[in-house]
Design a protein around this ligand. Sequence first.
Ligand code: TXA
Ligand code: MG
Length: 318
Amino acid sequence: MTQISSDISKAIELLNKEDVVAIPTETVYGLAGNIYSEKAIRKIFQVKQRPLFNPLIVHIPSIDQLEKVAREFPIKAQKLAEAFWPGSLTLILPKKSNILEIVTGGKDTVGVRIPNHPVTLSLLKQLSFPLAAPSANPYNRISPTSSYHVEGYFGNALPMVLEGGECKNGIESTIIGFENNEAILYRLGAISVEEIEKIIGKIQIRNKSDTTPNAPGMLAKHYAPKTKMYLLDDIDEFIENNKSKKIGVLRFQGKLNTTRFEHIEILSKSGDLKEAASKLYSTLHKLDNLNLDIIVAERFPDVGLGKSINDRLERAIK
Ligand code: TXA
Ligand code: MG
């Protein structure tokens, strides 16, 4: 069985041997390997069953290591890095030529971030190489926000999950790239559009361009539970019309008029979107394990992290 352990030195040993280790970050758990090891990177794709065209994010411990992977650092990228690193922001930058093609899906750019998790920062500082790490879920499944989610997904296919507790932000990093000095948001995530725009002004949002392999890997169907799921503006009526079904409800705050559901999860009683985002995936994991016929989620307010939550819910129903 996969070993869940807090032993950083054991993780180092495995990574030095070109093996893979699941690591905690403040967003979600990642499935990590040495960016210079073709063997390790191939194992990541194989374990995850991920198509090779979908590039991985490179994780570094500090800004002085950025020059190992990126050959340019535009001024807007610098401002964002200063504001948000270590943290839940991935920057897409022109890559150094020694970065393996398999890491970047053959692109001339590399996605990079400094994660904000003490265990993984300590690990990264002790390694002589950065770590490539996609989220530690099988392709098209809900991202893991605890070591137990990872263990449940991969069992024996993985030698170790480095324990780091529950992920604080609980939703993937926000991804920003640059074209002609303009910033483009490719993935809504743990840092809201409003927070980004406070630093560099208005940005273009291209989160939905997910049909071609050239677009940043945001395939439409992602983050999906096995249980049939719906995303609605008003769930009371839906529930009344589906009384014979075992229904699980996922919503932001407050009570429903109807009580004809099997189970309800409220993501933030006090109406805090950050709290709601942090609980989103663990709640979906939980609902998915209750043997329900249907999960109905209620659309979140379309501001701040509500946008990121709605994005993930939309992908979960496809
Ligand atoms: O929060 C996160 O970002 C987590 C933790 C583990 O760091 N990682 C994560 O990785 O979500 P993953 O592989 O599940 O999602 C990475 C996304 C993919 O959609 C991928 O296509 C995009 O980043 N990406 C990576 N490198 C890229 C590049 N060079 N150009 C465009 N998109 C890129
Ligand atoms: Mg992922």
